[in-house]
Design a protein around this ligand. Structure first.
Ligand code: ZN
Length: 508
């Protein structure tokens, strides 16, 4: 066993997080997110639930092949087919893990599994043995552990540890527990099962009562040495425990928790913003650690204090979570070298091809916008790193709009070199433009959400549009578009979402 004071970070952004509404990511996006998690230094990346769909299988496999410095796990139910599929997906990894789960609470066994206690016990042991034949690293999760009978839970844990499980995870699947109770629960199970000292004991908390992070930290106090969490706390229902909050609590209150984690806290903000950019879902401004206002001091008395001595109102430095000062950096006359240097400082490594593409966009932006800020650059680059093939490209558009006329839009798009131009009327310029695109594509798209924000300050700020389209199967596709012209940004976002939909329809 390793250092008893080390807490392993098990990231399930790509599994528990990705399966929640509005968070779907395509293959490229998942790989990009996994690479960032690797750069951050999390210990385990749960890449997906291999058997749930061919797309999930493919992304688990691709992440297993790509990521070198983290364990890569696939979730599997306690069934032969699930385990075999999980193994085929993760076996290419340098450090593969099969994550098995089976519910142990009365409620789940009776109504969901329709299995007796004996059947659950026997299945858990048999399936752990089966998984162990393939893979040395086996995590067993006793689903709904916090509502399970202690005697039975104890028995199951003993059985699966003996069968070869190397991590035992006790999820608070429905977000029901409280911190004091959760700490006592972990202490009690360790007292009952001394064998747990030789495996990693893990917690997995949901946020239904807003206690996900508090419960995870309480579990650590109770002896858990792995925390399962997600970036920005995304996940089923109210979400999972937020990784950034757990990491910073352990870091800022090291004197209290007396444990350490390997993950690099200065990568927190980049992970958070990458996820927001990919999914198009922003965190609330007052969100701890990663919210827009987390390090802003508005009240005069606070500002005065912070200026005099930062610690008066700051328990952690903005730099410790990777927040960099956003100074005026580049303009129209900045060259490719300066641009590349700035990217390096911001932590981006682009291929030559990506760099050229991004530089072209930067030049285009600098022509329209006097001051180009770090945020603008990050917006350009984030768009560049996660790209899908462009089934449709925008050629041109003309909008005619006003408060006394019906808006009309003429939009020309190309597909495989063939251009189609269509005109449509709408209840505003954006609506008209989207309708014209629908006509040009010969397909009616279902608009689920539309937002536009400014990337940075000023009248010439870059507009950042987000469009979410819903397919017939209920899957959502979010597209982004950037431009100093909000209508152009919106059209680009709409076409980007369409391209993602076509990309995935082709893939699966
Ligand atoms: Zn969960």
């Amino acid at each position: 066993m390793t250092d008893k004071n080390r807490v392993f970070i098990f990231d399930t952004t790509l599994r528990d997080g990705e399966q929640s509404p509005g968070m779907s990511m395509n293959l490229k996006e998942k790989i990009e997110m996994a690479k960032q998690l690797e750069r951050m230094g999390v210990d385990v990346i749960e890449a997906g639930f291999a058997i749930s769909s061919p797309g999930d299988f493919q992304s688990v496999q691709a992440i297993a092949d790509t990521v070198k410095n983290c364990t890569v796990a696939s979730l599997a139910r306690a069934s032969e087919e699930d385990i075999d599929t999980a193994w085929s997906a993760v076996k290419g990894s340098a450090a593969p893990q099969i994550h098995l789960f089976l519910a142990t609470s009365e409620l789940h066994m009776k109504y969901k599994l329709k299995m007796t206690k004996k059947e659950v016990f026997d299945t858990a042991v048999a399936m752990t043995k089966r998984a162990k034949k393939y893979c040395s690293d086996i995590q067993f999760s006793a689903e709904d552990a916090t509502r399970s009978d202690m005697d039975f839970l104890e028995k199951v844990i003993r059985g699966v540890v003996k069968a070869g499980a190397t991590t035992i995870n006790l999820p608070d699947t429905v977000g029901y527990t409280t911190p004091e109770e959760h700490k006592a629960f972990f202490e009690e199970i360790r007292r009952r099962v001394p064998e747990l000292e030789d495996v990693i004991l893990s917690c997995h908390c949901h946020n239904d009562l807003g206690l996900g992070v508090a419960n995870s930290l309480a579990a650590v106090r109770g002896g858990a040495r792995q925390v399962e969490c997600t970036v920005n706390g995304i996940g089923e229902r109210a979400g999972n425990a937020a990784m950034e909050e757990i990491l910073m609590a352990l870091y800022v209150r090291k004197n209290f928790y007396e444990v350490w984690a390997n993950a690099d806290t200065t990568e927190i903000l980049r992970s958070s913003s990458l996820l927001s950019r990919i999914t198009g879902v922003k965190v609330q401004p007052n969100k701890a650690i990663v919210g827009e206002n987390a390090f802003a001091h508005e009240a005069g008395i606070h500002q005065h204090g912070v200026l005099a001595k930062a610690e008066t109102y700051e328990i952690m430095t903005p730099a410790s979570v990777g927040l960099k000062e956003s100074n005026l950096v580049l303009g129209k006359h900045s060259g490719k070298h300066a641009f590349r240097d700035r990217l390096t400082t911001l932590g981006y490594t682009l291929s030559d091809e990506e760099l050229s593409e991004a530089f072209k966009k930067f030049k285009d932006l600098a022509d329209r916008k006097k001051s180009v800020y770090d945020k603008d650059i990050e917006a350009i680059v984030a768009k560049e790193t996660v790209q899908v093939p462009k089934t449709y490209t925008l050629d041109r558009f003309v909008i005619n709009s006003g408060n006394t006329i019906t808006s009309t839009a003429t939009v020309a798009v190309s597909r495989e070199g063939k251009q189609t131009e269509k005109v449509a009327r709408g209840s505003g310029p954006i609506d008209a433009a989207f309708k014209a695109i629908d006509k040009a594509c010969g397909r009616k798209f279902d608009l689920d959400d539309y937002q536009i924000d400014a990337v940075s300050e000023g009248e010439d700020a870059l507009g950042d549009a987000r469009v979410v389209l819903r397919s017939d199967s209920g899957r959502t596709y979010s597209g982004r578009g950037l431009s100093t012209d909000v209508i152009e940004a919106s059209i680009k976002a709409y076409i980007n979402a369409i391209n993602k939909m076509y990309y995935e329809e082709k893939e699966n």
